[in-house]
Design a protein around this ligand. Sequence first.
Ligand code: GLV
Ligand code: MN
Ligand code: MN
Length: 425
Amino acid sequence: MNTQTVNTLLAAIADVGQDAKRGGYSRPVYSNAEITLREWFIAEASRRGLEVCTDANGIIWAWWDMPGSAKDEASRRGALVTGSHLDSVPGGGAFDGPLGVASALAAYDLLAEREAAGTLVRHRALALTVFPEEEGSRFGVACLGSRLLTGAIDPAKALNLRDAQGNTFAEVARANGLDPARMGRDEVELGRIGDFIELHVEQGKGLNSEEYTDHAGRGPAIAVGDTILGHGRWRLSFSGQGNHAGTTLMTDRSDPMIAASQSIVAVRQIAAAQDNARATVGRVEPVPGGTNVIASRVDLWLDVRHPDDAVTAMLVEKIHGQAQKFAAFEGCTVNLTEESLSATVHFDAALTRSLSGSVRRLVPDAPLLPTGAGHDAGVLAAAVPSGMLYVRNPSGISHSPEEYVEDDDAAAGVLALADALEDLL
Ligand code: GLV
Ligand code: MN
Ligand code: MN
């Protein structure tokens, strides 16, 4: 088996899920595109002789068992696990998720070569994983697979989530061969994770910040994850009186679009006034959504992040208060629903030290980097030692087609991941 580069692996899926309307990729979980990517991963892992299985929560595991092992629960307990996700945001980049999956396959190739050459002696199994619905772009809750696995979400709540077409997660899971009754915290699978490492494209300007760049303005290729900013998602649902755009006098309207748009501006103002806060409205849905129709309802999705979870709660309360004021003034009402909440994560200290030691042999100036982006590794961190590696993104842009990783940096990422895995195996 020849070693494959992460670039040739990613080139093979470059056509899957391209979004002609938005640009970039739209690969919602269990869409044709994401299923094609899952099949691609299973084929790549199987080609390598790894044993592939999909667990009750839809997480794919590809096992590199210990030589001569029984491939049973005992021999897989406490394994080293690495992976990421293949689903995307609407119109996302090529690297958010797939870089970690492709790097896991390419790092495995290096490790298998090292074992064959006798330079690697393993003490435990390695598994490569793919997590479903990391972005929450179809069912609203991010990291749904890892939340189910760890019990961070009640399966009953997860199964009732609906996509934009009204399908429940239970229906879609069943259609994809999963048994909704078996979903939820899985002690056996969790027990298999001794340590979890996720390699990911860096999603901001961290590695390109002045603090780390050299005289040519180039930052180090790799960083080690430090913390994940606490974050959550809420839905503000404004209700008013649906009516005719031509016959309804301007003084006669209860238009939820007005209260919603005033609230969007307030979100920006409230977050801007708070140090280290980030708040975004990236999705607005008017019902019924016609040019000549005053909406009867407008749903607005709110993403709020801050290192201090109490401050996040305070910001959401302030935003809700303002939204209530705007709604009342317009003769409308507003209802706030929490969709998901993740506290600030500090990655496992011992694992982070180990990752730093391994990576700095290759990239001596690799920093420890906090991130504002959520990850399955952050959800898993509550249950098992977890850590992350980030690969430099020269654009500093993510959740956009302009997200980018240079070939040399991707190659450095694979080497760093392989070395880090070797040290932990
Ligand atoms: C996922 O990428 C998130 O941070 O929302
Ligand atoms: Mn993402
Ligand atoms: Mn991601």
